[in-house]
Design a protein around this ligand. Sequence first.
Ligand code: NAD
Length: 324
Amino acid sequence: MKKTNKFEHVCFLEVAEDDRVSVEKNFPGAKIISKPLSEKELIKEAADAEILSPFIYTKISAKAIKSLKKLRLIATRSVGYNHIDLEMANKKNVSVCNVPDYGAHVIAEFVFALLLSGLRHVAEGDDLVEEKYKFSFQGFKGLALKNKTIGIIGTGKIGAKVAHIASSGFLMNVLAYDPCPNKKLAKENNFQYADLENLLKSSDIISLHCPLLPKTKHLINTKNIALMKDGVVIVNTSRGGVIDTKALVKALKKGKIANAFLDVLEHENNLKKSKELIDLPNVITTPHIAFYADDSMESMYQTTFKAIKAYLNKKELPNKVSGI
Ligand code: NAD
């Protein structure tokens, strides 16, 4: 008897091997592609797709939307949707759904993973034991978090969680800057708002949690770095473009900035451009993995599955981002 591929009109892109089982279980027969696709590949691979579920690295361009004649729903498994040409989606009656929040705590926790492992020399300690077979504390004096001041730039979903963990968990002093301050949030999470200048001047650690917008591009630049304390530590899990890479490299070389712990880079698609930064000994770089954990993936996929099932059952679409 011929096996029917029930969901062969559904196409998932950028699915990691770990997450494949869940997709297969919910949508048997769906096309599952692990890597991001170029425009040309997308037009070929998704030619039969009525429903497309990308992550953020496949650009769903106007040309692709125009070419994919059967496409009716794009269910992106991300908060952001600037990789999708919404105007063309609207024009072609293609609905677009996103995942508005898949777990800010996962990114907030990662901020402390970077801080603790970097400031307490976890990786270097492991290297010494594993590679050199030595067991010595020499050279590994760390920096404690308690009573230090952390400055949080952007107190949205993630920044607020970082503030909460910093104040309640690590007993840090927390300053925050946000153009839209929320007094109730500050009270609940035990932090104080400051203007950007004062935050930069007073913080031992600065953690970035604002979106990348024309206004926030290179928010951390030569001028703002000059305001910071000598030996400040910078953590960036927001977007690489919020920091001017050249200015950061200069400040790290001079020791003005003691350490930079970066999950995001200005040139993630062209690492050669960030080589000088990546190679510095006082920099830890991770490949944009702050979001990637059990809770967040479960929530990301389940929210997407719900949207696809609502579409298939002709119910109202949750988390619609286009006007359709
Ligand atoms: P959010 O929208 O909930 O909060 C963003 C906050 O930034 C808002 O409060 C906003 O008022 C504030 N803001 C806007 N302009 C600002 C400025 N000029 N200065 C300071 N604050 C400003 O977003 P979120 O969910 O908290 O995410 C924050 C950022 O983290 C996202 O924009 C995204 O780029 C990044 N992110 C990274 C990962 C990762 O894996 N590394 C995962 C998710 C999100």
